[in-house]
Design a protein around this ligand. Structure first.
Ligand SMILES: Cc1cc2nc3c(=O)[nH]c(=O)nc-3n(C[C@H](O)[C@H](O)[C@H](O)COP(=O)(O)OP(=O)(O)OC[C@H]3O[C@@H](n4cnc5c(N)ncnc54)[C@H](O)[C@@H]3O)c2cc1C
Length: 316
């Protein structure tokens, strides 16, 4: 296991914002993850950002493409699951097993090369396999839950394989992402354990057709999404009575509320896609957070809808 001290977190997130982690732990094997799980998690509330019985806090980080860290020192150990744990293998012809640190887009491309269909929508998602399972990432009508066969998780007691149903997938969530407010006001993640691998179950398909779908989705993404430092969609889609109580894209509500281009400090709402807040390279954590709160309050006043963030905000 690689251990770094006082490591700047900004370089591990797509927002390029974040203070220093007291300790950054980079596991090189699933057993390294188990060692960390044993040190930091306890059976009552083990999960994605927890304090163990002795008060030591652990934050789990994959690709950092859905995470916003605060600027100050983060008094926690951060476990960064990435490159050393990124192996893929095809098993039983239609199953693809990927370690948690593998880029999800690489999994999708590997499936395509093997003539397996089911993951074409995933090619432009910048997260890791662990991160996409936690948030049930999705796009173009597909989502992670549709193709997960099982998830391997490290608990203090050892490894466990959870089937799809046991993962409790919901819209942009799973048992690994739920959280609740503790008496002292801090948020405690509810998910149990650290994901070490995911097995996807796909179908055999026509390679040319799979490639055509991937290219079509990539073109749609280029047309709709802005470039720059962001964490993708900031808010989850929400039900709105103005629109027959249907699930409405948060971007549409933000756009209709006139928020495109709104700016605080170095953070602004993309004129191309209102659900993207971009760091222009100078944004501080407070710029992004204040803009999130401002945008949510404008939508609340206009539509009576309380937008919930899709991105994970981790304050020191
Ligand atoms: C340009 C851009 C486009 C995007 N497009 C989409 C899109 O189309 N659809 C979509 O759904 N999302 C999209 N996203 C958001 C993001 O890529 C996804 O949410 C992705 O699933 C996050 O994965 P990650 O590894 O980066 O997670 P991180 O940000 O590292 O972590 C996210 C959460 O997962 C937890 N976590 C991470 N790894 C593990 C693990 N191994 N075990 C337990 N917990 C873990 C973390 O603690 C955290 O709570 C986009 C982001 C960007 C920047």
């Amino acid at each position: 296991m690689i251990i770094k001290h006082n490591e700047p977190l900004a370089k591990y997130t797509t927002y390029k914002i974040g203070g220093t982690a007291r300790e950054l732990l980079i596991p090189e094997s699933a057993d390294d993850i188990l060692t960390i799980a044993r040190e930091y998690l306890n059976s009552e509330n083990s999960g994605a950002a927890v304090h163990n019985k002795s008060g030591k806090r652990l934050i789990i980080l994959g690709g950092g493409s859905n995470t916003l860290f605060s600027d100050g020192p983060v008094d926690a150990a951060v476990i960064k699951i990435g490159a050393p744990l990124d192996k893929l293998s095809i098993v039983d012809c239609v199953e693809l097993r990927a370690e948690a640190g593998a880029p999800f887009a690489k999994v999708a491309r590997t499936a395509c090369s093997a003539g397996l269909t089911g993951l074409e929508w995933a090619c432009g998602i910048p997260g890791t396999v662990g991160g996409v399972a936690v948030g049930n990432a999705g796009a173009f009508g597909g989502c992670t839950a549709d193709v997960v066969k099982s998830v391997t998780v490290a608990y203090p007691g050892g490894f466990r394989e959870l089937n799809n149903e046991q993962c409790g997938f919901t819209y942009r969530g799973s048992i690994f992402s739920e959280r609740w407010k503790m008496e002292d006001g801090r948020w405690m993640e509810k998910g149990r354990g650290v994901i070490t691998a995911v097995t996807f179950v796909l179908e055999r398909g026509d390679k040319a057709e799979i490639e055509e779908r991937i290219n079509r989705y990539a073109a749609l993404r280029r047309g709709r999404q802005p470039s720059g430092f962001s964490a993708g969609s900031v808010f989850k889609n929400a039900q709105c009575s103005t629109f027959n109580s249907q699930l409405i894209p948060a971007g549409l509500l933000l756009d209709h509320a006139g928020l495109k281009g709104a700016r605080i400090g170095g953070a602004y709402i993309s004129p191309k896609h209102a659900n993207f807040i971009i760091n222009d390279g100078t944004a501080r954590f407070s710029d992004v957070k204040d803009l999130i709160e401002y945008a949510a309050s404008v939508v609340w006043l206009k539509y009576g809808v309380r937008l919930e963030t899709e991105i994970k905000i981790i304050e020191s």
